[in-house]
Structure formats: structure tokens, C-alpha cells
Design a protein around this ligand. Sequence first.
Ligand code: ADP
Ligand code: MG
Length: 219
Amino acid sequence: MIVAMIAEKGGAGKTVLATGLAGMRSSAGNRTLLIDADRQGSSHYWAQTRSELRLPPVDSTSLYGEAFARQIAALSSRYDDAVIDTGAGDSAEMETALRTAGCVIAPLQPAGVDVWTMGLVDVRVAAALERNPGLRPWALFNRASANPRNRDEAEARAALQGCAALRVADIRICDRVAFRRALTAGRRCTSIRRAPAGRGRRWRRCTSSPLENLTRTAE
Ligand SMILES: Nc1ncnc2c1ncn2[C@@H]1O[C@H](COP(=O)(O)OP(=O)(O)O)[C@@H](O)[C@H]1O
Ligand SMILES: [Mg+2]
């Protein structure tokens, strides 16, 4: 399956999620290709760092524009999974990702301006669904507060209910220094919590499986 990370805003967590997911799939034994479609090249650099540190390798390539659009189908057919990391904002790469992916994840921080940009993403996803009806589009909170008293996420969830195409994942990724360190160290870090089911309920610490389930959900 092809999973793509997209966002209007830079710094939303696309690269952290793309590398983390590619690392997970790869270590689970799936033939996995990480496609860096962002000219900043951070995902590709992450994969190279892994090789240099002799960590279990993750295949990766950098591809943009026309070449990306032309080669994605053939390239991804050689792998069980392809994980695409795109740059911020609307782009030819985002277009290709939306056209070819089975699942698209749009990470966002649960904060005002980040939430506002999701309207643009929602419009892009809604248009993509007309040509790629099998696409499963998720908005996913990243860098969420681990403080259960913090209301930012609840407010952001309420605001996103107006989305026509995007579904809001009930898992969150908290803001952790380990994520920043993992990216530059060629490592993956997956500390994901489920959204609390009710007020006062303790958040359950989860392993990486919710992110896996999110991308596998067959609906
Ligand atoms: N959950 C998180 N906790 C802490 N830092 C994070 C988290 N997600 C992303 N970051 C950091 O935020 C910055 C932007 O993340 P990145 O994945 O590069 O965003 P994008 O690819 O969308 O521009 C990076 O320094 C990254 O390490
Ligand atoms: Mg990035």
C-alpha cells in the first residue's frame, strides 16, 4: 500500500511520521520504500543516516515533479509498502501522492492556525477522492500536549468536524523531545496515545500499533 504524508504547513510532522512509519513497516518484515518527495530531503537523509550507523536499513529514494509522477506506480509495485513524504503546501508532489495513495495522513498541531489550514487540505482531498475513491484520508494530531487538562486538542477536534473529506484519527502523537532526536539520529520513535474516551479517564499508553491500524483501516 502507498501511504502519503501531506500538510499545508511546514513543521506539522510529515517527516517524523513518514520515517517512523517506514521504519515500523520495514522492521515488521515488509519490503518498504520511503519516497522523499520534499526537496529538503530530510527523509532521505534519515535513511542514509541509518545506513551509516549500521541500523537496519530502510530503502529510500528522492523523487520530485514529473519523475515522481511517472515512476511512482512502477516503483511502488516492487515493494509491499511505499511511504511518501511530501513538502509543505499544495504542489505537484501532493497531487501525485493524492492520486496514487491508498491512505493519506495529514498531521497537524492542535493549535489555531494549524487547524485553519486544514480547510485547504480538506478541499484538496475531496477533489482527489473523485479520481481516487479508495483513498482513506486522515487528519492526525501531532505534537499534542500530554497534559490531560490541556483543551487545545478538544477544541481542534470540534473545529475539524466541519471537514467534508478528512476523518480525524482518534489517536494522537504527543510532543516529545525523543521525536526530535530520533529524526536526526536515523531512528524511529513511536509513542502514541489514544484519545481519551471520556473525561477523567487515564490516557492509555500505546505502542506503534494504532498508527499501523490507522493506515490499514479498510474503509
Ligand atoms: N511529536 C513530536 N514531538 C516533538 N517534536 C516533533 C514531533 N513531531 C515533529 N517534531 C519536530 O518538529 C519539527 C518539524 O517536524 P517535521 O516532521 O520535520 O515536519 P514537516 O516534515 O511536516 O515539516 C522537527 O524538528 C521534528 O523533530
Ligand atoms: Mg518534512
